[in-house]
Design a protein around this ligand. Structure first.
Ligand code: SF4
Length: 352
């Protein structure tokens, strides 16, 4: 059995150094400027698997449009997806609305991480973040950032287990280091350290406020810790069709039960149009080829212009296919990459 990571330093001295650094160096993020339960919940959902810089404009827009749990609970699917469009992992938006509805149903919302775990879409990390930041609950947050900081502090040279096992491995140490008098600030400080100083690539050890406690720094191994489990990747090719009829563009709207893409519009796949992606007509012209990674999949998407005009009347609504006026595209929710690709393809050609 693997021994638990342990700190060979005084937790109080560590907390004090971290607290002092955070007080003077934290980024002035909008959810920190006006803290509150709702702002904390929204920001924590948006920040799941998403960088702060990406979240910033979304957060501001969201808070103007849906300033409280009540307005979020009453928000329609269309509006919700439109506000979330481009942030990805769309299930988060639906779960966030479910949280608002559950919050309203309860007369007394929870104040502990254990209580927040009962809400939809809230895992151990988000529960600890919300409960500690907004309610002062002494729960330590452990996500990938925190694991990295703790692994380096303890010089943890063993390969990390995959999935949520690494967070579980470091949870006892995070609990031990937690500042129980101000758990919200402490959690934010560790996360801020991981995001801005103890970065995945090129950690800034010289500037680090806790470098005197750090084993990885002392042994010169910071850059090689943590040792992450190898990801098994799979490649996929998706053929999509650019089908335009005058001012109208053919899109596919995913069914409401289509998981992460539910109700979002995308360019249709060849299969959705009854075409065999391996046998497109020779006249089908490749317009663009894009590569992206989603979880463990490396997906190449090719968008081909279809040479045959498809009669708008032949497209059945129950197949999820819709003709959309290109001037109205901004009013519907497209998935983030498709929004970019459609804009790129509709942009007037630059004079050569
Ligand atoms: S000294 Fe370097 S490796 Fe250690 S916690 Fe600080 S930034 Fe991370």
């Amino acid at each position: 059995m693997t021994a638990a990571p342990e700190a060979a330093f005084d937790p109080e001295a560590f907390r004090a150094a971290l607290r002092e650094w955070y007080r003077n160096n934290h980024r002035p993020l909008p959810w920190r400027a006006k803290p509150g339960l709702y702002a904390t919940v929204v920001s924590e959902f948006m920040l799941q698997q998403t960088r702060v810089e990406t979240v910033l404009p979304y957060f501001e827009r969201w808070m103007r449009a849906l300033p409280d749990f009540e307005s979020l609970a009453a928000c329609s699917d269309e509006r919700l997806l439109k506000l979330w469009e481009g942030l990805g992992y769309y299930r988060r938006a639906k779960n966030l609305r479910e949280v608002a509805r559950e919050w309203i149903r309860r007369h007394e919302p929870p104040r502990t991480a254990t209580g927040w775990r009962e809400f939809p879409g809230i895992g151990p990390y988000t529960a600890a973040a919300v409960a500690s930041i907004a309610c002062g609950d002494p729960s330590a947050c452990v996500d990938g950032n925190v694991v990295r900081v703790l692994a380096r502090l303890t010089g943890w040279a063993e390969p990390l287990p995959g999935g949520g096992a690494a967070a579980k491995l470091f949870q006892p140490l995070a609990d031990k280091l937690l500042d129980r008098d101000d758990p919200g600030t402490h959690n934010q400080a560790v996360m801020e350290l991981g995001a801005t100083v103890c970065r995945r690539q090129k950690p800034l050890c010289l500037l680090c406020p806790v470098n005197r406690f750090c084993r990885a720094r002392a042994s010169g191994t910071a850059a090689s810790i943590p040792r992450l489990p190898l990801k098994k990747t799979e490649t996929r090719l998706v053929i999509r069709i650019w089908c335009r009829n005058g001012n109208r563009l053919l899109l596919h709207r995913a069914q409401p039960d289509a998981g992460r893409l539910a109700n979002l519009h995308e360019l249709p796949t060849a299969e959705a149009l009854g075409l065999d992606p391996r046998k497109l007509p020779e006249t089908a012209r490749l317009l663009i080829r894009k590569k992206r990674a989603i979880t463990r999949f490396i997906i190449t998407e090719e968008i081909h212009e279809h040479p045959v005009q498809i009669d708008p009347r032949s497209v059945k609504a129950d197949a999820g296919l819709v003709w959309m006026n290109v001037n109205d595209l901004e009013t519907v929710a497209l998935s983030g990459p498709h929004r970019r690709w459609v804009r790129e393809l509709l942009a007037p050609a630059k004079p050569g």
